[in-house]
Ligand binder design. Structure first.
Ligand code: PFF
Length: 471
């Protein structure tokens, strides 16, 4: 296992020697690996594509001025998202360890707390993410078995919080634990290879169907006509950057962990590009579904009013009004959302589980059950209190993820020995100069943008915590 580290010349050799002595008496077991390159890509796309694409992206886009925001989002994906993803890959594949151990190897003991922050973030995000995934499950089942309710506002009020929400949250956690217990190849990879192509097909089909609706023109106009006046604020910038971070699963070691199971043959920049493009495609397509549906039924007032309104009230309401076809299409919509949520939940749990395996030599199944159960327990809180859900979401997204991304940029940009060696593997001569650009983006552009994000987002996080305590 450690032999692989030597072949990865990008790694600091003193640190590697150190790791040798630290783990000298640890039992050697072969590190799990992805079976195929496609398996890795689909698992990483599975992590990226989720509620962030099909739920958050459309309503945030609506809130911040439509197409102009989409443009800004693309810029942020290129300027911050892909560079930080590559930084995570550099450390993950360079050390072949999960977050805590990888950061110790890459940066020394002083970086271990960042590894713990990553694990904590995975823990907190999954605790509420699975509550929302539970609502999604509930709607998917409603579509399959009885049709969507007439008064979706009242229905959502009933299921969003309390015992029903807890039950569905526990169900989602059980499915997530079961898949992670299966391991990298037989659990995560297999699930992703089956589910992610299905998700793409469903979303594509839904977008084509939505184009036939009578309101589609107004929906597209709203979505795709830029209002550039709304772009020039720190708040919009922060919203775009933090959405890109959340959507690409960055700033908490998920991509780091997944890349630690990847073969050295693959080109990291190519993988980052494919993953980011796929993630954006699903988000963009989701907008092409959501806005025509909402405008076809004149429900635009519900969009952008609240974080939940667009998806959990307006959309099922619209499907209900469309009758039989609405029920079929709506069911597919929620099934796609369910797939996205489960494949993301898997990666959140894997961050915690892989750290327990690497740090404490714990068997995978045991780690998955222990970590998953604790997260399930914590999730009972956001499942019974929507303000807790909002506070967990705000603190992790507005503070923990940007802090994690900033730290990764500094580590890989300024401190890690020769990151270009790991990143330039299997990259053709022609593209090598671009990699220097990447390093300087990581050194300068990413830190500046993330500091702006943190500065503008702090207020939102504080507001959410105040709301929790009734302030
Ligand atoms: N990227 C996921 C989404 O857009 O829904 C959420 C997520 C998954 C964030 C995994 C962070 C993570 F590590």
């Amino acid at each position: 296992m450690n032999g692989d580290l030597h072949s990865g010349g990008a790694v600091d050799h003193a640190a590697v020697a150190n790791a040798h002595s630290e783990h000298a008496d640890a039992p050697e077991f072969a590190r799990e690996m992805w079976k195929t390159r496609l398996g890795f890509v689909l698992a990483a796309v599975g992590s990226a594509v989720g509620l962030g694409n099909m739920w958050r992206f459309p309503y945030i886009t609506a809130e911040y001025g439509g197409a102009a925001f989409v443009v800004l989002y693309i810029i942020m994906t290129l300027a911050v998202g892909i560079p930080v993803m590559l930084a995570e890959f550099t450390i993950g594949r360079g050390t072949r360890k999960s977050s805590i151990s990888a950061l110790r190897l890459a940066g020394g003991k002083g970086w271990v707390p960042l590894g713990f922050l990553f694990v904590l973030t995975g823990f907190l995000i999954l605790s509420y993410y699975s509550v929302i995934a539970g609502w999604v499950t509930r709607y998917a089942l409603a579509g399959i078995f009885g049709g969507f309710p007439e008064d979706t506002g009242a229905y959502f009020g009933l299921i969003a919080s309390g015992v029903p929400a807890m039950g569905f949250h526990l169900f989602v956690m059980a499915v997530t634990i079961a898949i992670v217990m299966g391991g990298v190849e037989k659990g995560i990879e297999r699930a992703s290879v089956i589910m992610i192509p299905a998700l793409f097909l469903i979303v594509l089909g839904l977008a084509i169907w939505a184009s036939t609706l009578s309101g589609s023109g107004a929906g597209y106009a709203f979505y795709l006509t830029p209002k550039f006046s709304e772009l020039l604020s720190g708040e919009t910038l922060a919203a775009a950057a933090s959405q890109a971070f959340f959507s690409l699963s960055l700033g908490m070691g998920a991509m780091l962990t997944f890349s630690s199971y990847l073969s050295r043959e693959e080109s990291l920049p190519r993988e980052a590009g494919v993953i980011a493009f796929s993630d954006f495609s699903v988000a963009f397509l989701a907008g092409l579904v959501v806005f025509p549906v909402i405008f076809a039924l004149g429900l635009q007032g519900a969009v952008g009013e609240s974080t939940l309104g667009a998806l959990f009230i307006a959309i099922p309401g619209a499907f209900n009004e469309m009758g039989g076809i609405g029920r079929v299409v709506g069911t597919f919509f929620f099934i796609a959302l369910f797939i996205g949520a489960i494949t993301s939940a898997i990666s959140l749990l894997e961050v915690v589980v892989s750290a327990m395996i690497d740090e404490w030599n714990m068997p995978r199944k045991k780690a998955a059950v222990i970590a998953g159960s604790l997260i399930a327990l914590l999730g009972l809180w956001p499942a019974s209190n929507l303000n807790a859900l909002g506070a967990l979401d705000a603190v992790t997204n507005y503070i923990f993820l940007p802090v994690g991304g900033l730290a990764m940029a500094i580590l890989v940009g300024w401190l890690y020995k020769n990151p270009l060696e790991e990143v330039s593997r299997s990259v053709s001569e022609r593209f090598q100069p671009l990699l220097k650009g990447w390093l300087w983006t990581l050194r300068v552009v990413v830190p500046i943008l993330l500091v702006v994000v943190l500065y503008s987002a702090l207020g939102e996080a504080v507001d959410a915590v105040k709301a929790l305590f009734g302030g």
